[in-house]
Design a protein around this ligand. Sequence first.
Ligand code: FAD
Length: 382
Amino acid sequence: MNYAIIGAGIGGLTTALAFQRKGIAYQVYERFPKLSPVGAGIWLSPNALQVLEHLELLEEVKQQGNSIDRITIGKPDLSPISDIPQNLIKQRFGYSAIAIHRAKLQKLLLDKIPKEKVHLGKAFESFSDEGAQLSLNFSDGSGARTDFLIGADGIKSRVRNQLFPDSQIRYSGQTCWRGVADIELDSAFDNRVYELWGNQVRFGFSRISKAKYYWFAVALDAPNAKDDQAAVQQKLLSMFRGFDSTVIALLKATPTDKIIRGDLNDLKPMKKWYEAKVCLIGDAGHATTPNMGQGGAQAIEDAYYLSHFIQNASAPDAFRMFQDKRQKKVNAIVNQSWMTGKVAHWKYGRGLRNLIMASVPKGMMNKKVIEMYEIEKFETVS
Ligand SMILES: Cc1cc2nc3c(=O)[nH]c(=O)nc-3n(C[C@H](O)[C@H](O)[C@H](O)COP(=O)(O)OP(=O)(O)OC[C@H]3O[C@@H](n4cnc5c(N)ncnc54)[C@H](O)[C@@H]3O)c2cc1C
């Protein structure tokens, strides 16, 4: 049985690697002729890292990324609202989150997959069921045949649009700028994540490697609003002028043409992620706002479970088992992340919000987070 994976993002590539390790036949089709991931940095939480460990990729991720020992939600002057050392997480899993450049993560995954299985410049258009097999159509007029189809083509998934045309992308009301600053800060910042909550704006940052810091900035705006790229750095400097000098230094150390912007959307949770021979994973099936840093991690978890079920049952039964295993956890994350985004941008009662945040016992927070990071253990492959 052959599986076609549409999309060579984090979800598609991790699925390809998991299939490779388990001897499941697959081909990957990616619309871009070259893989150049946007989005600067990413935090890989321990659930994602356990999957990467299972796929024997963890050591390289550790070497190329930066370990996070402390996560602080703070005020614009860096003073903490909630400050969580990651010791308990480290004790439980052997590591805490790792911050890494997206391009490095993608390359690490890609390098482990045989070149001939990744078809670049193949923009998926549609599929049709020809009885014995599915026929795939690409925008360059070419086609391919497959037994099963995995839609890993992100939040605007064409696979999903054909399968479930009523699915709904929701705009959170928030837009996000991201960048990588070529800068070294005081060593006190080395292994920390900061997210600073101001007056309906927030700014997060962490070191991803030597002399490189990933940052993001979030503000309320109308959907699809655009910037004058030449002035975007200046715009952000003005938006965050009351913030700690570290924030200003990070913005100044990022060339304006390298700052990227994207609206924060998610996908209204769907009842089904599969139908007959087609299954959705990652953002294609359950995109979430990034407020819990879990979208990529959930795509990676999808790869882990889907490959396990496919190894042990044939599709579509394997797709049903995958959905049954994953849906409750993923929907809870989507909903919690949506709420967190709203709280972070509260207009009124920010003092009260901060007080509530500060009074949540650390033990309780750690317990919830550890639950989210747990994955079911399967035997190591390869
Ligand atoms: C601001 C921000 C910060 C984030 N931070 C984090 C974080 O710290 N940690 C975390 O875990 N997650 C984070 N996320 C979420 C994470 O980026 C996504 O959940 C993750 O990238 C989803 O992976 P994916 O493979 O499902 O989709 P994508 O990464 O969107 O990949 C989809 C791939 O499919 C390709 N494709 C699309 N259409 C077609 C087509 N028609 N034919 C062929 N190929 C196609 C695309 O080119 C792309 O390569 C963040 C998201 C945002 C917006």
